[in-house]
Design a protein around this ligand. Sequence first.
Ligand SMILES: [Zn+2]
Ligand SMILES: [Zn+2]
Length: 367
Amino acid sequence: MDPVRLALTMGLVRAFGLDEAVDLRGAKPVGDSTLRLVHRQDYVAAVRAASANPRAADQDYGLGTVDDPAFAGMHEASALIAGLSVGAAEAVWRGETAHAVNFTGGLHHAMPGAAAGFCIYNDPALAIARLLELGAERVAYVDVDVHHGDGVQAAFWEDPRVLTISLHEHPRTLFPQTGWPEETGSGAGEGSAVNLALPAGTGDAGWLRAFHAVVPELLADFRPQVLVTQHGADTHFEDPLAHLAVSLDAQRAVMESCHELAHTHAEGGRWVALGGGGYAVVDVVPRSWTHLVGIAAHAPVDPESVVPPSWRDLVYARTRQLGPGRMTDGRTPSWQSWEDGYDPADRLDQAVIATRKAAFPLRGLLA
Ligand SMILES: [Zn+2]
Ligand SMILES: [Zn+2]
């Protein structure tokens, strides 16, 4: 979670001049009244205490642990990231812009009462909760990070106003060991959580096939007022923490699909796109999220583009590594449509079938 990934992403966005194509805005850190929409008051107090005195971090709240080390100012930094996502959601809700991106956000593992998986405050959940507070009645959340979007799912587990869809590597082989297809929400929220657990090793064709076999149909039926998406770049084959084998080009294809789905199914094309995980901090994350910014800005970066040399100089200065040379991995992603049939003996198809069987009938859709 080296913060250099954010500096390098912003550097690449600027190197392509995309900062001129968007309205670049700051935001205020979220205050207590917003934090309370998702997080427990005693947890926020524990984060503040750890922020003031990292040595006093309370491990019962997941703070001061290997995954979530305490550091001075952690409350302020985490509240600012959340504020950017909340600000993005507000701007989109009010129609100031159709799309907004916060690539510093997407911290989807934070729980209402605990830090988890490098995440302190759950900015996607806070952005969604703020939309509900503003009057939204249907918000869809699509999470394509390699890890399950467990904190967002937990925040809206019983809330039918929020449809959470997470595609991720199977919990058998990856943190946080949740995101089974049978997790579908409860109470009034029964059927409002959808999980697609992909076999380790899934590559471009399988990942795209799975996405298109599940996401568009759910969004077409749900007709969200806002689409919130999380674009963790850790699905990539170079990512050191997980075991999918997705290319930059397939990540970009899913971003384009999310953009199209927002225009087709979300009211006014409202789309809030967030970052997320991603631990190949030089080779993958900056290129992936620069594509995201370009797509959301309606100024997409051509995958064949050469990476500006000024940015490679920045990479070397900050990391002593040589940055990638082009905005593509050289793949041309394609996939076979689910409507054309499936193979019950295929592991990927089994994963899709499990998800459709568990979740679709609860939404009145055919499995
Ligand atoms: Zn658009
Ligand atoms: Zn992740």
